[in-house]
Design a protein around this ligand. Structure first.
Ligand code: BGC
Length: 422
């Protein structure tokens, strides 16, 4: 491959050219204010790509970053801003929540940009559907994250004499060996969304994709209260044995840094964790390992980040439309996703410049889309409405942290949580 064919090089060139072009603007045309929760090392590098591209076109960028993995705090802040009649130009809003904001009449449409840029042809229909409200585009997808991943430090695995686990039984066995070798087996942060992230991967492994779909997407009370659910809950709770005593409240990226530094062996987390390994300068497949979460090789829990556009006027709207256009252009899709750990939202891009984990993610995404196994992540707002998700989080985290709640009781509460919300 020549240097010019290399997509990474092309991206770097495009960014440099764009930055040079921006210097010719002395007055900024208009500004966008963008709410997001991309504040970890890798996330901030990714967000910066969009800021630079906007500035290169002569637009101003007002960063409205609200820290907190999973975005719960960001959503609370967004609600109070929107209620006071002063929403940002764009916000990181995902999945079914886009419809909820659309129903409130607060979102602006992007049909002109979408038409000019051919979004209907560019995006897979399942992705495009989520971005539309009442037939109009109101949001633009930035990426596809996979949630069911296991990350590991190869030196720790080697010191413990174990391989990357491929089943839940192997995970427990590897974890024991890692502990005996003097490391923390599984890095985790005790926050509700992280508990739910781990839980859904265990549910997928122990119940299979069809069962996951029935329980976490269709909220079928029979599935939620079933023996299979009880088994999954019990296995999930056993994972505590592989975690350390200081996990309570720990941020996800701090847990990732424990794997990077080698005090812990593994982490179950979505591929935004890869953004941290990348930011630390590590090479996939050599200095860190990735694999589908044990027992979920035939599944892909997807989590699509998107920016929804609020109804704004005048120059701000002009800047907002430029933002929407830039997000789906190849330059942004490549540079952002390389830093973020995700894969592009448009399937037509060359993946040669991406690492082995991203290439596996793209292959698995396409394979599971064809063969079945592609399911929306409950923990990351893709499967159910925000209130149902909140109720499920409560059950999962209370059970995980309780000394005496039986799995049967947690399953019963799961049924109630889903019913109350219907
Ligand atoms: C978002 C990611 C983000 C992660 C951790 C997920 O819900 O989709 O973009 O990196 O939370 O904050």
């Amino acid at each position: 491959m020549t240097l010019l064919e290399n997509p990474l090089r092309k991206t770097a060139l495009a960014l440099a050219t764009a930055a040079a072009a921006s210097m010719t603007f002395s007055v900024q045309a208009a500004e966008v204010e963008v709410l997001h929760w991309w504040t970890s090392g890798g996330e901030a590098r990714a967000a910066n790509v969009l800021k630079e591209l906007m500035e290169a076109e002569g637009y101003g960028w007002e960063d409205f970053a609200v820290a907190g993995g999973g975005g719960e705090t960001a959503m609370t802040v967004l609600k109070s801003r929107a209620m006071s009649g002063n929403p940002p130009s764009a916000a990181q809003i995902k999945g079914p929540e886009i419809q909820e904001w659309g129903e409130l009449g607060l979102l602006g449409e992007l049909d002109e940009v979408a038409g000019a840029e051919g979004w209907d042809e560019l995006l897979p229909p399942t992705v495009a559907d989520v971005m539309r409200h009442n037939g109009s585009y109101v949001a633009v997808p930035v990426n596809v994250h996979r949630v069911n991943w296991l990350w590991a430090n190869p030196q720790v695995l080697e010191a413990a004499g174990v391989e990357m686990p491929t089943t839940l039984d192997e995970l427990f066995a590897a974890g024991e060996a890692i502990r005996e070798a003097g490391f923390i087996p599984l890095a985790h942060g005790g926050q509700a969304w992280q508990d739910a992230t781990v839980f859904e991967s265990v549910l997928l492994a122990s119940g299979g994709t069809e069962f996951y779909q029935q329980a976490m997407v269709e909220l079928d009370p029979e599935a939620l209260g079933s023996e299979r659910m009880i088994e999954a809950l019990e296995t999930f709770k056993r994972l505590r044995e592989l975690m350390d005593a200081d996990m309570s409240g720990r941020d996800w990226n701090i847990a990732t840094s424990m794997v990077i530094e080698g005090s812990a062996g593994m982490q179950l987390m979505g591929d935004w964790a890869k953004g941290e390994f990348t930011a630390a300068g590590l090479t996939a497949g050599e200095e860190y390992l990735c694999a589908a979460a044990p027992g979920t090789q035939d599944a892909f829990t997807f989590n699509i980040d998107s920016l929804a556009m609020f109804r704004v006027e005048g120059e701000e709207r002009e800047a907002q439309q430029a933002l929407a256009r830039l997000v789906l252009e190849p330059t942004f899709q490549e540079a952002f996703n390389l830093a973020k750990g995700s894969i592009p939202a448009r399937p037509d891009l060359d993946m040669n410049g991406f690492d082995a984990c991203a290439q596996q993610s793209m292959d698995d995404f396409q394979r599971t889309a064809e063969e079945g196994g592609l399911v929306p992540s409950m923990a990351h707002g893709m499967a159910v409405r925000a209130d149902v998700q909140g109720a499920i989080f409560d059950v999962v985290t209370n059970y995980f942290n309780s000394r005496d709640m039986a799995a049967e009781e947690a399953a019963r509460r799961m049924v109630n949580a889903a019913q109350a919300a219907l």
